[in-house]
Ligand binder design. Structure first.
Ligand code: MTE
Ligand code: MO
Length: 326
């Protein structure tokens, strides 16, 4: 086959095999980017690249990144490689160490799997993952993911708009919020043995946020079935909000008139709000949100309001004080 990553732009419909990313990974290892990024306890400690820390150990000279895929988002930002996306993960059910998540989640059971959609709906339904893949046409969406810890990636997801699934169960006029719940399986997810977190992981969106076309249920990455470390078999992706809103390995979706409690808001309400919209003007109490480190890059870049998706989502917050994340 032809090599898709030279100077030729790749159509997003073309699927890229993962082996072509391997050279990129070797490059990263050589440059010490992964090895040098200290994985601190994610959301509760300082950002993984606090001001003053550098990712590149002294002595390594930054080299031009020739292996960057030609896949780009709508801003022209190149996608991160499959290897980056699948080896640097926040997933506290497995580990608070980003590089340990991939090996620890390797044998996680993702089949059979069902998702129960219930609550304030006319047609509650429990979906098997195989039904979901048949019922909803899978699209490719290349989105930026901005973690609240001030690092980011560009990820080519495969999935479908959450709105398609919600429309099928018909929310009643009383429904105002959507609550999501991750599987609770402490035998397989050792992190769920930690008493410091209120397991299972929960998240929530306002119904209109959930219905926005950007809001995705992801089932794949780079055209491949999503791997356990990224939230297999299906996870939420809300690209204009901090990454912790994008809950992984969902088993329950509840329509409700009550604003859901979320794991991070419960653990540290003064640090992690319900809305959690990416906002460079509102600092985290312990670090700045004005800039971020794109995984694989050597200099920081400015963080964009709503992570660059303002045109699509600013209407949701008209009249709200955006300096309040709660
Ligand atoms: N169930 C669950 N979902 C989760 C998390 C988690 O620890 N558990 N971490 C969140 C955080 S903080 C981020 S930044 C993203 C990371 O997604 P990725 O590893 O696929 O890049 O997942 C989010 N979803
Ligand atoms: Mo995050």
């Amino acid at each position: 086959m032809t090599h898709p990553y030279q100077s030729v732009p790749v159509r997003s419909s073309e699927i890229t095999p993962r082996d072509v990313y391997l050279s990129r990974r070797d490059f990263i290892k050589a440059a010490g980017v992964i090895a040098g990024s200290v994985a601190l306890a994610a959301c509760l400690s300082s950002p993984e690249d606090a001001p003053g820390m550098t990712d590149t150990p002294a002595g390594d000279s930054p080299a031009p990144d020739v292996n960057r895929p030609a896949f780009t988002d709508e801003l022209g930002d190149p996608a991160n490689t499959f290897e980056e996306i699948t080896n640097y993960n926040n997933y506290y059910e497995f580990s608070t160490n980003k590089e340990a998540v991939a090996p620890l989640s390797k044998n996680f059971t993702t089949s059979p799997w069902t998702v129960e959609v219930y609550g304030m709906v006319n047609k509650p339904k429990t979906f098997g993952v195989e039904d979901i893949l048949k019922l909803f046409p899978q699209e490719e969406r290349i989105y930026r993911l901005r973690c609240v810890e001030a690092w980011s990636m560009v990820i080519p997801w495969n999935g479908f708009p959450l709105a398609s699934l919600l429309n099928m169960v018909e929310p009643t006029s009383d429904a105002k919020y959507v609550r999501f719940e991750t599987v609770y399986r402490p035998e397989e997810m050792k992190g769920q043995g930690s008493p410091f977190y209120p397991w299972p992981y929960q998240e929530g969106l306002r119904l209109d946020e959930a219905m926005n076309d950007l809001t995705l249920i992801a089932t794949g990455i780079y055209g491949e079935t999503i791997l356990p470390q990224n939230g297999a078999p299906l996870r939420l992706v809300v690209p204009w909000k901090y990454g912790f809103k994008s809950i992984k390995s969902i088993v329950k979706i509840e329509l409700t008139d009550q604003r859901p409690n979320t794991l991070w808001n419960t653990v540290a309400p003064n640090e992690y709000g319900f809305y959690a919209n990416v906002n460079p003007n509102v600092d985290h109490p312990r670090w700045s949100q004005a800039s971020e480190r794109r995984i694989g890059e050597f200099t920081r870049r400015e963080t964009l309001m709503f992570n660059g998706y303002g045109e699509q989502v600013a209407y949701l917050y008209e009249g709200m004080d955006l300096s309040l994340q709660y």
